[in-house]
Design a protein around this ligand. Sequence first.
Ligand code: ARG
Length: 262
Amino acid sequence: MRRFLMCPPDHYGIEYEINPWMRREHPADHALAAAQWGNLYETLGEMPDTQIELVNPAPGLPDMVFTANAGLIKGDLFIASRFRYPERQGEEEHFERWFASHGFVVETLPDALKFEGAGDVLRAGDTWFGAYYYRSAPAALAAVSEILGEEVLPLRLVDERFYHLDTCFLPVGDSLVYYPGAFDQYSLTVIRGMFPDAIEVTPEEVATFACNSVVIGEWVLMNTGAPRLCAALAARGLSCVTTELSEFLKAGGAAKCLTLAL
Ligand code: ARG
């Protein structure tokens, strides 16, 4: 069974601006957001051997829907996030409580070590990659590496629109889909050296959050609007499943960050 954690969008909205996508004068349509989240929930739930768990949404925490940022999971280990912005720090206790009461061993970092969980640390092939600069800090990635007992290769993000690793870096099987413009030269050299057959996403398609997708076997579940990427994936035997997530793009997130693989 593949298990995912989602958080219903009861309290979702654009109430502050902590990334370039968020504009209070460009609010989310609440009814449409609820319908889009419901479609994602249904679509994910219909994938083979998939089960979805829910965490209760909390008032005053509009970004709690983005469960990918709760923390990092490896087996029954949960490394809790330490959010960069005060606006999201209230989520920490809710997620820690959920994981502690669902059989996970909860590890925490000191408050000073900013870390945004599976938004910034992803496994590609058999290597962990961790992004830093906009949200997670290099020292936090080092601490996470200690806890995991495994190397976490640091990647430096350079485009503020792609402030989390999961907005521009999508592990698919043993390969990778990524947006080169989001990384510094050294990080690009590392990525290209390790994944010579990686698929590069165009500036137009990365802006649809095409890299923010959920990969389940040969299925890649994503927001609409990336036909070129879907054709490139099809050439490798993978199929896109699209579902409209416009109301969540207004907060700077899409399919992958609305879910957390458990
Ligand atoms: N508004 C949220 C933030 O800026 C969006 C988080 C999206 N999460 C992600 N893993 N990409 O923190």
